[in-house]
Structure formats: structure tokens, C-alpha cells
Design a protein around this ligand. Structure first.
Ligand code: FO1
Length: 316
């Protein structure tokens, strides 16, 4: 039996992951939940270091997130962007006036030699976020999307080109130099770790970068705690972002089952939506338990209900 409080590790990308992270944060104490965010979407833009998935999770846990946009801060103003545009600056990546302060602070703290982990902890403290939020690594990893228009840095693909180019593949640059965040690796060896939850984020460009870090996948496989994932594909569609479109362009069926296949070997359990119930037996055939439930999260109640169901699922 675990000595201390049971701990949960959640691996998250952007919006979908942040919703489940919020649900988990409402039912777990701060010392029971650690959220590891993907940083392979990060880039330096206008001289500012921007970490979208860290910020989406941080703002969501702080209750400050812009639910209409799915990123950035609620109640935002855009004077900086207007002035930047008037000067001929790159205004394709929209930085709200309040959000801008986060990027300036992060860039400033990095220039002072603070690690991404330390400064994330500082920003979370200032925003009143008590649950642990960590970058997957303190060193940069960058997703490059290989498309029929050539290789695109992730934000160029996702924002500047609005995910239009057809995706042929993707790769993560910087993996040789990047170390998995130390607390993350320590938690994977912690006997109090009860489960690892892979949130409903894009498996290819939000979760895969975390799993690709040196030694991470081996640490996950060596960890006695069960690993479960929530499908980001519901009824053949991604609830947000290009996952389904990427799958079709990479000649993969855009189904929950295909996501299960992608994670096969790693998962003890896979969580799919009611509308994909007919895929449950095939998923079980992949050697993982399958939980069928409502996985679409609109309200806070949806998020906490799903979080509770996952904790029950891993405790079976
Ligand atoms: N996504 C967009 O589609 N358009 C934007 O202009 C945009 C700006 C932006 C600024 C800060 C930030 O943290 C995220 C932002 N995002 C924007 C979302 C971002 O591209 C995605 O959240 C992730 O990279 C994918 O999960």
C-alpha cells in the first residue's frame, strides 16, 4: 500500500488536455496531481519565448482561460497586436495585451537563467495555481510538420496556415539534447504513483513529443502504475485541432480504435466515448481494458465526472 497520498500524473497537450486536467484538479489535492505539459509547440516569436500548452493548462487551472478561443486569456484586449500590425510586424500569431505579460515574464526569467520548470512554478504561484504543472523538459524540443508544402514549424502549420497543408509526417527536433524533466522521471519511480493519465490531446503532435523524450517510454513501461489514455477522437472527429485531418492525410482511419492502436503496448486502459461503443471489443483485443463513457467535456461537471470515472477505472 502506498505510504503517502496516492499520486496521479497527467500528460497533457492543449485544450482537450487542459479540460481534463481541470477536472482532475477539482477532485485531487495539489500534492496528489502533477501535470506534465507538451512543450514541442513552443517557439520564439518576436523575440518572446511562447509555450502554448503550458499556458493553456496554467490559465485553465487558474480559471482565466479564454473559452471562446481555446487559448489565451479571457476578457482580452488586442491593442498591442493592432500597433504591431500598424508597424508591419508579424500579426498572424495573436498575442493579447494581458497574455503578452506572460510571454514577456517568461522570456525575461529565461534570460536571467531561470529554468522553464522554475519560472512555470513562479507564474503558477502568481496566478494562484496550486497543482503541479511542469514542462516535459527544460530544454527546447520543436515539432516540425512535414506537409505537401514542405516542412513547417508547428505554429506556422497550426496558426499561420490554419492546418490546411496536407500532413505527410512530423518530427521532433532537439530530442538528443533534451532531458525529461527530473521531477517527472522521479514521479515515475515513486511508489506512491497510482496512475498515469494521457489526456485527450493530439497523440501525434501533443503526446508523442513527451513519449519521445530520452528514457521516458522505458520509464513508463517500467512503472508499475497503470497507464490509461482518453481518446481525442470522438465519432471520427477531433473535438478541437487537426488530429482527425492528420490521420486521414497519413492514411490512418480517424477512429478511436486507431488511436488505441497508436498507443498499444503502452496502455493498460483506453477510454472512448459512448458514440464509439462499437469499437470497444476491438480495443480490448489490443490488450487494453476499455472504458466507454461520455468523454466530451463542456461543463465543469463534465470534467470532474470524467476525472472521477478515470480514477475509478484505474483502481479496478
Ligand atoms: N491559436 C490560433 O489558432 N491562433 C492564434 O493566433 C493563437 C495565438 C496564441 C497565443 C498564445 C498561445 O499560448 C496560444 C495561441 N494559439 C493560437 C494556440 C496555439 O497555437 C495552440 O494552443 C497550441 O500550440 C496547440 O495546442
Amino acid at each position: 500500500m502506498a505510504a503517502g497520498p496516492d499520486k496521479i500524473l497527467a500528460i497533457s497537450g492543449g485544450v482537450g488536455g487542459a479540460k481534463l486536467a481541470l477536472g482532475l484538479s477539482r477532485i485531487l489535492a495539489p500534492e496528489q496531481l502533477l501535470i506534465c505539459a507538451n512543450t514541442a509547440d513552443d517557439f520564439t516569436h518576436l523575440g518572446l519565448r511562447i509555450c502554448p500548452d503550458l499556458d493553456t493548462v496554467m490559465y485553465t487551472l487558474a480559471g482565466l482561460n479564454n473559452t471562446r478561443l481555446g487559448w489565451g486569456l479571457a476578457g482580452e484586449s488586442w491593442q498591442f497586436m493592432e500597433s504591431l500590425g500598424a508597424l508591419g510586424g508579424a500579426d498572424w500569431f495573436r498575442l493579447g495585451d494581458k497574455d503578452l505579460a506572460t510571454h514577456v515574464m517568461r522570456t525575461h526569467m529565461l534570460s536571467q537563467g531561470r529554468s522553464l520548470t522554475e519560472l512555470t512554478r513562479q507564474l503558477c504561484r502568481e496566478l494562484g495555481v496550486e497543482h503541479g504543472l511542469l514542462p516535459m523538459s527544460n530544454e527546447p524540443v520543436a515539432t516540425v510538420v512535414e506537409t505537401d508544402e514542405g516542412d513547417l514549424p508547428f505554429q506556422d502549420y497550426f496558426v499561420r496556415r490554419q492546418c490546411e497543408p496536407a500532413v505527410r509526417g512530423y518530427r521532433f527536433e532537439g530530442l538528443e539534447e533534451a532531458e525529461p524533466q527530473a521531477e517527472l522521471m522521479a514521479l515515475l519511480r515513486d511508489p506512491d504513483l497510482e496512475a498515469i493519465i494521457i489526456c485527450p490531446s493530439n497523440p501525434f503532435v501533443s503526446v508523442a513529443p513527451v513519449l519521445a523524450l530520452q528514457g521516458l517510454r522505458e520509464a513508463l513501461l517500467a512503472c508499475p502504475a497503470p497507464v490509461i489514455a482518453v481518446s481525442p477522437i470522438v465519432g471520427g472527429r477531433a473535438l478541437k485541432g487537426p488530429a482527425a485531418k492528420m490521420m486521414r492525410e497519413m492514411q490512418l482511419p480517424a477512429t478511436a480504435l486507431e488511436v488505441g492502436r497508436y498507443y498499444a503496448g503502452l496502455l493498460d486502459g483506453f477510454v472512448i466515448d459512448e458514440c464509439d461503443r462499437d469499437q470497444a471489443s476491438l480495443i480490448e483485443g489490443l490488450g487494453m481494458k476499455c472504458l466507454v463513457t461520455g468523454t466530451v467535456m463542456h461543463t465543469l461537471e463534465d470534467k470532474t465526472r470524467l476525472a472521477r470515472e478515470l480514477l475509478t477505472f484505474v483502481r479496478i
